[in-house]
Design a binder for this molecule. Structure first.
Ligand code: ADP
Ligand code: MG
Length: 415
């Protein structure tokens, strides 16, 4: 909550709570005093000298308590409204201790403490929704009673102490409930904002991507033409074409964010999809000394899917596996049918693994640990798998390797 404390809306809430508190405090405090010391003795003929307010601070008690008000108003208007509640609680406890010591120290009279506002202090804590303030009030009030009991050697303080402990427990429950509500609201708000941000990025990305694709395809066409026309002049043509393809695939990934997708489910062979994927990634694997092994369990049924999109999924996953092993290694792809008509594809590498603190960020757009990564691959992959009503699980051990398991339903019901 600390960061938000200067938020004008929160300051406004604090001010509302303070105004309510100041009204209630002053009304209750003075009505109680008037009733206790002026009205009650008139109804009750027998008056104990300690039931009058002539001992102790006497009229100074009221003047001092009243002085808290201008100080509070000053901070309320000029300085920091958050300190007003502390001024009251600390001021009140201080003045009350002095008053009681002056009343009872050196006398044998039994201690009769308290004003109804002490109950108000504790029960009113939750409206400030602040844990620290709660502890100051409840420990302050209980501490005050115990301190007076100790100095005055009087067991009468036990009654208010027990009452304050019980009230503190109730107030504490309210404080933590309020805090937890506010925290939940904040998270919901953050999630919404994140979603809105994504939607805006998605629209922008789709619009820009669309504009980039056309010039890009003519650029590629002319580069190929140039290469055919002057085959012996330049070694850079393949690199140029490769880089254009790279831009193209990034643009395609970008266009995937936030865009409603239409999926055309058709029967396709998973063997073919994997074979195609491997043919695309083969070059990169060979360059890095990565060996890919595929293990298919028995004859596999045709899969209801959008094969172009599933190819994209496995290209992304295998590329990630290759990129995780710059020094070479082995990738094992296992495909099998699970019961309940589900196909499972597991891709296991021996690469660098994923640190625990990064696991939660996987699949978030633009999250990448690579210098030339886009952080879009897993997001697109995850989306496509979800569109196929499948699931993706990632298990990783740092420096040992990563296993990604994709499960897909073999039949889509509402085709
Ligand atoms: P990119 O590959 O562009 O970084 P991805 O969305 O494909 O974006 O992956 C996001 C991040 O997840 C990567 O930067 C990497 O840190 C981590 N990651 C994904 N797959 C693997 C893997 N097989 N091994 C280790 N880290 C991985
Ligand atoms: Mg990737």
């Amino acid at each position: 909550m600390k960061e938000g404390i200067n938020n004008p809306k929160l300051i406004f809430e604090e001010r509302k709570a303070i105004i309510l508190f100041l009204w209630l405090f002053n009304l209750l405090y003075y009505s109680f005093e008037i009733f206790y010391f002026y009205i009650r003795p008139k109804l009750n003929k027998k008056v104990n000298p300690f039931d009058t307010n002539e001992v102790g601070l006497g009229v100074w008690l009221y003047i001092l308590i009243f002085c808290l008000l201008p100080i509070a108003i000053y901070f309320f208007k000029k300085g920091n409204p958050y300190v007003v509640k502390y001024i009251y609680i600390i001021g009140y406890i201080g003045i009350d201790i002095i008053d009681n010591l002056m009343k009872y120290l050196g006398t044998t009279d039994s201690f009769g403490s308290g004003n109804i506002v002490e109950v108000l202090f504790i029960l009113f804590c939750p409206i400030f929704v602040n844990n620290k303030y709660f502890w100051v009030v409840s420990l302050g009030m209980i501490g005050k009673e115990l301190l007076l009991g100790l100095i005055l050697q009087d067991l009468n303080v036990l009654i208010p102490t027990v009452i304050y402990v019980i009230l503190s427990v109730i107030a504490y429950i309210l404080v933590i409930r309020f805090n937890s509500y506010i925290q939940t609201l904040t998270t919901v708000y953050e999630e919404l904002r994140q979603k809105e941000k994504l939607a805006v990025i998605g629209q922008m990305a789709a619009a820009i991507g669309h504009e980039i694709r056309n010039p890009l395809s003519s650029l590629k066409g002319f580069t190929q033409l140039q290469q055919e026309r002057y085959p012996n002049t330049n070694d850079y043509y393949p690199i140029m074409i490769q880089e254009i393809d790279r831009i193209n695939s990034i643009v395609n990934d970008l266009m995937y964010i936030g865009k409603p997708r239409v999926i055309k489910f058709e029967k396709a062979s998973i063997e073919e999809i994997i074979a195609y994927t491997l043919s695309i990634t083969q070059q990169q694997a060979e360059r890095q000394g990565v060996i890919v092994e595929t293990i298919m369990a028995g004859p596999l049924p045709p899969l209801d899917c959008d094969d172009k999109q599933l190819k994209q999924v496995f290209i992304n996953l295998i590329k990630n596996a290759i990129e995780a092993m710059p020094e070479g290694g082995r990738i094992e792809i296992r495909v099998k049918v699970l019961e309940k008509r589900t196909l499972s594809v597991s891709i296991q590498d021996e690469g660098c693994g994923i640190a625990d603190e990064n696991i939660l960020n996987l699949g978030e757009p633009f999250f990448t640990t690579k210098t030339d990564g886009t952080g879009l691959g897993l997001m697109v992959t995850d989306q496509i798998i979800k569109d196929h009503r499948g699931a993706m699980k990632i298990k990783s051990i740092i420096d040992k390797g990563t296993r990604v398991i994709v499960t897909l339903p073999i039949l889509q019901i509402d085709k």
